[in-house]
Ligand binder design. Structure first.
Ligand code: ZN
Length: 136
């Protein structure tokens, strides 16, 4: 079962908790044992599994990433559309996450959430694909 949806982002960079959408996709699939695959089909966005309960983690994560990957640091690609650092962040962070499903539940850790990562916003339409597969 595959579900596709879009979200809009309101900041240049931000993390958006999409765990609820994955839980709903798993519930609607009726699959009790398998995998939930979350995929972001964008070159300047990504997805992580991490803490969402304390919003400071989101800020700390983006601040640390921005210290490691500076914006506008004489990147060649900036001559085209001025977003090379967003592409680099997306490549390093990754575009997918896979979570096991057991007894109809995502096996996320207590403090783990699924978070969409915007690195080149704001954008009116960011696509997210969630595929739920049964383990037979
Ligand atoms: Zn670009």
């Amino acid at each position: 079962m595959q579900r596709e949806f879009t979200i809009s982002t309101t900041r240049h960079q931000e993390l958006i908790d999409i765990t609820g959408e994955a839980i709903k996709a798993v519930r609607d699939s009726g699959i009790k044992d398998g995998f939930c695959f979350v995929y972001i089909p964008h070159a300047t966005a990504g997805v992580i599994l991490n803490e969402s309960a304390d919003p400071n983690i989101k800020t700390d994560f983006l601040n640390a990433l921005n210290r490691a990957i500076l914006e506008h640091a004489n990147y060649l690609h900036d001559r085209i559309d001025n977003n090379a650092s967003a592409h680099i962040k997306s490549a390093i962070i990754g575009s997918s996450a896979t979570i096991p499903i057991k007894n109809g539940n995502l096996q996320l850790g207590t403090w783990q959430a699924i978070m969409f990562c915007e690195f080149d916003g704001p954008r009116s339409s960011r696509h997210i694909i969630i595929k739920v597969c049964e383990d037979k």
